[in-house]
Design a binder for this molecule. Structure first.
Ligand code: HEM
Length: 423
């Protein structure tokens, strides 16, 4: 932290390297050399449409006083992007799925910031508002490369026109006047830095055009994932990301135990599970039995996948209602896992033991780690079904004396013991 340095100065100096990095991408060199394919430019507009739709909705709904002090409706760029995209529909250009995916990931981060740390939204606003300055350079390059005239296909890059310097000064003034703590300012700078990194990934996905798209998409979601297929409809991937977020919010254990790396596996696995809905129940059963056992032996009882399949189903149906018959398979699979769980321990026993755990640890801890009672009883159900390390992989982590108070640790052991003995 640089004490006392005004926020706008910090943003400029601390993200300078990232700005250079994005500027140095082959996308911009190809554009300057008039070598950029039109689909790469239109792909950028599409990716930005996804990001701006989320950012502008979040900024206009935010109640944090600093956002209210900076955000204005006149900053909206979405209508300009939509106008450009409408102009290019005549060309029927192919989608650029890798860039779309990176845009969805950036949008997912924005949604998370909006609910967890709204002041950080200013980091996104800084980067995108500032990008209008470079837009002047890009506007003339794009106009020449694609022989565009007036504002056709150039509305977004023409944001603010001649008012650009005055608008930027005014934006800088509002940012400087916004009521922010030092730690909020730190997070805004860190967010701006990440936003540049996200933009770099987006333009990398646009040029050169990735040859092995599916592999590149899996990499985008999770660099550590193996080679597997994922949904190729961006609406389905967005639904998978939303479902991941919901599941993680419902059970804070995920975040606590698996962190950012785990989140990426949730994304890639969920995007793969979507593809199972196009297969038969037998294929889906086989694959999900395998996945659920792997996860259960690594600290994620099958109850978690049971819940997640239902959430994923609901998100998919709300994203693409006309496919609801296809997605029904995921709800059936969730019900199948529930039946397997009930073969070991019935629902009233589950409920009673989970409630007993919550009462033993007290409301503060029960809330901080919502769902832990279920998790423990579910681990015992898995153990009873023959998944050997189902309980130990959960019990060890949840009884770490460095992290948990003694009454919590006693409650964990106690509930596991009771569940093991339950009829
Ligand atoms: C080849 C591509 C780009 C060029 C040539 C370019 C160029 C510029 C120029 C000339 C400025 C004005 C500097 C000044 O007046 O002091 C600027 C500022 C800025 N650009 Fe870019 N830019 C490019 C890409 C981007 C991208 C992709 C983003 C982010 C999405 C971005 C974000 C910003 C920001 C945030 C500022 C404000 C810096 C500050 O004064 O705090 N630029 N850029």
């Amino acid at each position: 932290m640089i004490d006392g340095t005004p926020l706008m100065d910090r943003l400029r100096t601390e993200t300078q390297d990232r700005h250079r990095q994005v500027e140095a991408q082959p996308f911009f060199n190809a554009l300057a050399a008039k070598d950029l394919p039109l689909e790469s430019y239109v792909g950028l507009l599409r990716a930005l449409e996804t990001v701006y739709a989320t950012l502008e909705a979040a900024a206009s709904a935010a109640t944090h006083p600093a956002i209210a002090a900076v955000w204005q409706d006149s900053m909206r760029k979405l209508p300009l992007l939509q106008r450009d995209l409408a102009y290019f529909t005549q060309h029927s250009l192919p989608e650029m799925p890798v860039a779309t995916l990176y845009a969805l990931l950036l949008a997912d981060e924005i949604r998370r910031a909006a609910s967890d740390d709204p002041a950080a939204l200013l980091g996104y606003l800084y980067v995108f508002e500032g990008s209008t300055l470079g837009g002047i350079v890009l506007r003339s390059q794009v106009a020449q490369a694609f022989k565009l005239k007036d504002r056709n296909g150039l509305a977004y890059l023409s944001s603010y026109d001649k008012q650009i310097a005055a608008e930027w000064r005014e934006f800088s003034r509002r940012m400087s006047a916004a009521p922010l703590t030092t730690s909020e300012q730190d997070r805004i700078v860190a967010t701006a830095d990440q936003t540049f990194a996200g933009m770099t990934q987006i333009v990398q996905g646009l040029y050169p055009i990735p040859k092995q798209e599916m592999a590149a998409m899996v990499q985008a979601l999770n660099p550590e994932a193996g080679h597997h297929v994922i949904a190729d409809d961006p609406r389905e991937i967005e639904a998978a990301l939303r479902a991941g977020e919901r599941s993680w919010r419902q059970v804070p254990y995920y975040e606590w135990r698996y962190g950012e790396r785990g989140r990426r596996f949730t994304w890639s696995d969920s995007s793969w599970i979507v593809t199972l809905s196009r297969h038969s129940e037998a294929v889906a059963t086989h694959q999900l039995d395998w996945l659920s056992r792997v996860l259960a032996s690594r600290g994620m009882p099958r109850w978690l996948l049971e819940q997640h399949l239902q959430v994923l189903h609901d998100e998919l149906v709300s994203a693409i209602p006309e496919n609801r018959h296809t997605y029904a398979l995921l709800a059936h699979q969730s019900a199948r896992l529930r039946d397997l769980r009930h073969q070991q321990l019935d629902e009233p026993t589950f409920q009673a033991l989970a409630a007993e755990f919550a009462a033993l640890v007290g409301s503060e801890w029960a809330e901080r780690f919502a769902g832990t009672g279920y998790l423990l009883v579910a681990a015992v159900a898995d153990e009873r079904a023959g998944i050997k390390s189902a309980v130990t992989s959960v019990e060890g982590a949840l009884t770490d004396p460095q992290q948990f108070p003694q009454p919590w640790i006693d409650a964990v052991h106690g509930i596991i013991d009771k569940a093991r003995k339950a009829e």
